[in-house]
Design a protein. Structure first.
Length: 315
């Protein structure tokens, strides 16, 4: 009698995918303009350094000027291509919009966009514009930047968009009629999961918009690595993170290498609308693949970012 080989269900295959060997690239990024958000620590920091080593022009959107200056000094040692940065608080969409518009005014081409900035909240906090904090920083800000830079990236084709997402989307928490958690008890993992679910859903919609236009968009989980995400949550959370969570996590160098692969490898040319665990393709959670809801999320995101009256997608 044949023994049937056991296979994990699709929603649990991320466990095995995360253990697969990683792919690597040695492709030059000389003079490629790479716009990266959230670069002053962790995943974004390593991605910026790795791409700079390969010759890319690093253009950062960051919140902290002093940290940005430190990183720029490091990049100048690595590369003859001087970096640039723009300041924006990702909880304030008007600042995000101004930074994107300033980049458009200065750079006639954009080869790579990496939306990496993120936050994890343990309590419900609303931004000054009335959005739930994690949803705004993790999803709405990246949605706005992607939308505003999209036409320039089509003009710069071939170009690539990478949304740094998370296996945290599997925690879900997404409810389209309660995006601010006004009618539910806020859960940190649920709020984080909701923001990453929304981001994934809009990746599929963006992918449909740009088909045949020389631009690709993919999402990726950057691995279980050390970062400063969640450091805004007070002393107790930071003590727990520093002493319990962080020692179990890997060096974010692996994330920088993975992003570099996705941004540069010839193997990724034309690959779009996918979700990767580092450099290996993976099936997201079923709720993030609901295209009917995804179309509603895309429209709602346009409204919340005040893009619903603009013709920026007609390219």
């Amino acid at each position: 009698m044949k023994t049937r080989k056991f296979e994990l269900p699709d929603e649990l295959k991320f466990i095995t995918v995360g253990r697969l060997p990683q792919k690597h690239s040695r492709e030059s990024m000389k003079d490629k303009v790479c716009v990266i958000t959230g670069t002053t620590s962790g995943v974004g920091y390593q991605a910026a350094l790795r791409l700079a080593k390969a010759g890319a022009k690093i253009v950062m959107i960051v919140r902290n000027r002093e940290k940005a200056e430190h990183l720029c000094a490091e990049i100048r040692i690595l590369s003859a291509n001087p970096p640039d940065y723009y300041l924006a608080d990702f909880s304030k969409l008007n600042q995000v919009r101004k930074a994107a518009e300033a980049i458009l005014a200065k750079y006639p081409k954009i080869d790579v966009l990496i939306n990496n900035a993120g936050v994890h909240m343990t309590t419900r906090v609303l931004t000054s514009e009335g959005h739930e904090m994690a949803f705004c920083v993790n999803h709405l800000a990246s949605f706005l930047i992607t939308s505003l830079l999209l036409k320039r990236m089509i003009q710069s084709a071939p170009s690539r968009i990478i949304q740094v997402n998370s296996e945290g989307h599997r925690f879900n928490g997404f409810e389209l009629d309660d995006l601010t958690w006004a009618n539910r008890r806020y859960r940190g993992l649920g709020g984080y999961g909701a923001s990453k679910t929304a981001q994934l859903m809009t990746v599929w919609e963006f992918n449909d918009l740009i088909k045949g236009k020389g631009v690709t968009i993919n999402a990726m989980h950057p691995g279980a690595v050390k970062s400063n995400i969640g450091h805004n949550n007070g002393k107790l959370y930071n003590f727990y993170s520093r002493n319990i969570i962080q020692p179990l996590l890997k060096d974010p160098l692996i994330s920088g290498d993975a992003i570099y692969y996705l941004a540069s490898s010839p193997e990724m040319q034309g690959v779009s609308g996918k979700f990767f665990n580092l450099t290996n393709e993976e099936i997201p959670a079923a709720h993030a693949l609901n295209r009917d809801i995804g179309k509603l999320v895309f429209q709602k995101s346009k409204e919340l970012t005040q893009l619903d009256q603009e013709n920026i997608y007609e390219v």
